[in-house]
Design a protein around this ligand. Structure first.
Ligand code: HAM
Length: 439
């Protein structure tokens, strides 16, 4: 094989950069998290929604905004054979609003409360906690401007994070105002940055032209001093926005949620108005060389998006609020508490199969156990009886079921109590009744 062909083969055997296989327990951690989070959402009256993985490119151009990093740099867009431009969903809010408008959900009792989870795609620079295919759990409340709904999203996210074992949850919140007060604030911010245009980075000079609010997102060390002196959006809020923000904070206080106002928090998506928030969790990480660092990655973020419906082409504004949790970051946190998904139960039985004939009877026995919901585990390998008994012992499984050639011919199995080591021979069609009698 020439070098070119062998390189090609190796390349084909690697998953794309920033995308991973999640195998066995790794995926169970995600599945368990999703189940728990969905349960919280369900209790609070949210209904599930599953959106397509691909949407029209236009949806994100209009919704997330032309000047944003997501639209400018991070979307996976393809042209189909029919000539459509479709995008692998980089986020879930624009698709949820599209679904709300497409299915006429305005005519349902308001608000409409939806939750979703699954993979999202951004062509970002992969690093710890940042992938090109990543998982989000999202909550959206559509059809109401009420401040209690903003606080509810933040409250449920902190409940879900606490249930997942995360500690020191830190909520940052800000209000960027509505159509009335955002204009004057944007002008004031632009004027301030124009005065300092010589001292800011090239990206900020570009943001000054395209999207001044994003100036406050800049992480460049050289821009931090200027950022610290920038005018704050809360100082420009109109009376209605001020009242809204005040009520959101009052609800958070009543709900016992610690929060901090961060006047530089604007979020990188264009559709936000009024409340914006991000949630962090401080964790100590031990590096490969033994040194420790504090990680403070955003585990989630969101806010209100009262104008998104109209910018997508809807006839009327639909006041709405929501947020997304970054599940990869949660599952990778050293504090993450694993919850087994429902299908993974502590096995009551270890099923040992010996000989070829026994393997053919295997499915009959597994079906008896499955239909009667008896959690079990087994080894499909050719391991000997003593090896398999050893595995069952180490796993602490209370009973083993042994199916050898003789038992296969007689339609029986041996049930062994691993604690007392006593055994009984039981007909396969009486197995379930027999197991029910055991502790
Ligand atoms: P976002 O802040 O872009 O908001 O994403 C939400 C969370 O997803 C982030 O806080 C982070 O934990 C996680 N995340 C984002 N990008 C990556 C990545 N490349 N790798 C791993 N995790 C990532 C939204 O997506 C909005 N749709 C949230 C929202 C819902 N706003 C209103 N409703």
């Amino acid at each position: 094989m020439d070098k070119k062909t062998s390189e090609k083969k190796d390349f084909a055997l690697q998953s794309p950069k920033g995308m991973r296989d999640l195998i066995g327990d790794e995926w169970y951690a995600y599945q368990g998290f999703f189940e728990k989070a969905a349960e919280v959402a369900h209790y609070y009256g949210f209904k599930p929604i599953e959106m397509p993985a691909l949407e029209r490119e236009e949806l994100f151009n209009r919704g997330v905004g032309e000047g944003t990093d997501i639209v400018e740099k991070e979307m996976y867009t393809l042209k189909t054979k029919g000539g459509d431009h479709l995008t692998m969903r980089p986020e879930g809010t624009a698709p949820v609003m599209r679904a709300y408008l497409e299915h006429g959900m305005q005519s349902l009792p308001q608000p409409v409360m939806l939750y979703y989870y699954g993979p999202f795609f951004r062509h970002d620079n992969p690093q710890k906690g940042r992938y090109r295919e990543f998982y989000q759990f999202g909550l959206e409340i559509l059809g109401t401007p009420k401040p209690i709904t903003d606080a509810t999203i933040i409250n449920l996210f902190s409940t879900i994070l606490k249930d997942a074992g995360l500690k020191k949850i830190n909520v940052k919140i800000n209000s960027i105002g509505d159509a009335d007060c955002r204009g004057p604030y944007r002008r004031e911010l632009s004027n301030y940055y124009k005065k300092h245009s010589k001292d800011i980075c090239a990206d900020c000079r570009e943001r000054l032209k395209t999207n001044p609010l994003r100036l406050l997102d800049c992480k460049n060390p050289g821009c931090q001093e200027i950022k610290a002196g920038a005018p704050e959006s809360v100082g420009f809020l109109c009376p209605a926005c001020k009242q809204h923000f005040k009520e959101v904070m009052e609800y958070l206080e009543k709900m016992g949620i610690d929060y901090e106002i961060d006047s530089t928090l604007v979020r990188g998506l264009d559709y936000y108005s009024r409340t914006v928030f991000e949630i962090f969790s401080e964790t100590e990480i031990t590096n490969e060389d033994g040194t420790k660092t504090i990680s403070n990655l955003a585990l989630g973020g969101g806010g209100r998006y009262d104008y998104l419906a109209k910018s997508l082409g809807g006839k009327k504004d639909v006041p709405a609020v929501g947020g997304g949790l970054g599940v990869d970051r949660i599952v990778e946190s050293p504090d993450f508490a694993y919850h087994a998904p429902r299908i993974v139960k502590k096995p009551k039985v270890f099923f040992i199969q010996l000989s070829f004939d026994a393997k053919l009877k295997t499915f009959e026995v597994i079906e008896v156990l499955r239909k009667n919901h008896v959690p079990m585990t087994h080894s499909m390998s050719k391991d000997s009886l003593s090896t398999q008994l050893g595995i069952a012992e180490r796993m602490g499984v209370p009973y083993t079921i042994i199916l050898g050639q003789k038992e296969a011919l007689e339609n029986t199995v041996i049930v062994r109590d691993m604690e007392t080591r006593s055994q009984d021979t039981v007909k396969i069609d009486k197995l379930c009744e027999y197991l029910k009698k055991l502790k």
